[in-house]
Ligand binder design. Structure first.
Ligand SMILES: [Zn+2]
Length: 405
């Protein structure tokens, strides 16, 4: 069975068929860098880190690209409050974000690309969309005319009628309420000169400018939190496919479930956000990663100190069991098939089976837990060096997909 991945675009699991050793072009939406990131971000980025690690485990080469949104109204507003230059402020929070990801053990992102470095590409895309008659200019900026892209709504499962009721970006100069901005005119704050007046790009166009520059007109996987499906990812598909005429823009759309605390979504605006750096003063990265891996990436994760402590105890006992196995001296003897080798083969095959089933980390983690228990019991038996070392390597290789040991 090849790897199956749930595709938000088709709402079903589909096989990911690509030859072994091939490259996976993988894009994940990065944060708007106007503040520190919180555990809600950690939930998403750890999930995609595990997915990227597993793709490597399964023999693919992952080219993992992330955008950094350093052009945004929220950022301009915050910079104004702090009397700082928006791009300087963005760089400070970008560094803090990268430190946080590193501290969480997320090290496989190949490149981070800032929106502000892609203004020429963004302008070229906007100009093409206007030339094609899909985007139009008003006195406030440039807008994508949703009616001109009949497939709009496919990712979020909305009809054109439903979309007509949506009020995106209130602005009286738009032709239709559902149209979204590609460029907004601004006379103050962060802005660039353009054929459509001084201003700055809309949010959605930065992703298509960055991903098309790096990956070309179509690529393999795009990830993000499920709250980004509409309008952000819907708009990305519309922009890219209208620009290039190639479809699908992205083969697999992958979305993570929410993080909630005390029954509410964790978010900065609700005032219940726990910064990653504060959480890391209390829990290790391995404990947080273990906890998140015990939920499927599409599931909603409820977080509490009680639940985190329980997870950290489970991780402790897994470690203890594996250490007990490692510490048992092996005896010199020629390699032979033992109960141990069969046990490892079965564990590896189950691990792959579950991870191949839309990255079912809770079940794959259970395989590792049960393997650690059996290894600890086996440690007391007489094991030959070769088989014992092979078992240790196999266990660590699987644990490394989660980044927990
Ligand atoms: Zn994005």
């Amino acid at each position: 069975m090849p790897l199956q991945i749930y595709n938000s675009l088709t709402r079903k699991k589909e096989p990911y068929i690509s030859p072994q050793g091939s490259t996976v072009k993988f894009f994940v939406c990065g944060p708007t860098v106007y503040d520190y990131v919180h555990l809600g971000h950690a939930r998403t980025y750890i999930a995609f880190d595990i997915i990227a690690r597993y793709l490597e485990f399964a023999g693919y080469h992952v080219r993992y690209l992330m955008n950094i949104t350093d052009v945004a109204d929220r950022l301009v507003q915050r910079a104004g409050e702090l009397k700082k230059d928006p791009l300087e402020l963005a760089k400070e929070y970008e560094s803090a974000f990268k430190e946080d990801l590193k501290a969480l053990g997320i090290t496989n992102i190949e490149s981070y690309e800032r929106a502000s470095d892609y203004i020429p590409q963004i302008m070229t895309q906007i100009k093409t969309l206007i030339d094609k008659g899909i985007a139009y200019q008003t006195e406030t900026g440039v807008y994508f005319e949703v009616k001109k892209f009949p497939k709009f709504g496919q990712l979020s499962g909305q009809s054109q009628e439903e979309l007509g009721l949506r009020r995106l970006e209130l602005c009286s100069s738009k032709r239709n309420p559902e149209d979204f901005s590609l460029w907004r005119r601004h006379d103050t704050g962060l802005r660039w000169d353009s054929p459509w007046g001084s201003g700055r790009p809309g949010w959605h166009i930065e992703d298509t400018a960055i991903s098309i520059a790096h990956f070309g007109d179509t690529y393999d996987m795009h990830g993000g939190a499920s709250e980004l499906i509409f309008p952000h990812h819907e708009a990305e598909i519309a922009q890219a496919e209208a620009l290039t005429g190639k479809t699908p823009f992205v083969r697999f759309w992958i979305h993570t479930g929410l993080l909630t605390t005390k029954g509410r979504k964790m978010s900065k605006s609700l005032g219940n956000a726990i910064r990653i750096r504060d959480a890391l003063n209390k829990y290790t990265a391995a404990e947080l990663r273990y906890y998140f891996a015990s939920f499927h990436y599409r599931e909603q994760v409820k977080i509490s100190d009680f639940a985190l402590k329980r997870a950290s105890n489970r991780l402790k006992s897994m470690r203890k069991n594996f250490n007990a196995f490692q510490d048992t001296p092996a005896i010199a003897r020629s390699s032979r098939e033992t109960k141990l080798a069969a046990l490892i083969r079965k564990a590896e095959s189950d691990f792959r089976k579950y991870m191949d089933d839309d990255f079912d980390t809770p079940r794959a983690l259970a395989v590792l837990t049960s393997l650690s228990e059996r290894l600890s019991r086996l440690g007391r038996a007489r094991l030959d060096q070769h088989t014992k070392e092979g078992a240790e390597r196999a266990f660590l290789r699987m644990a490394n997909v989660f980044g927990i040991l």
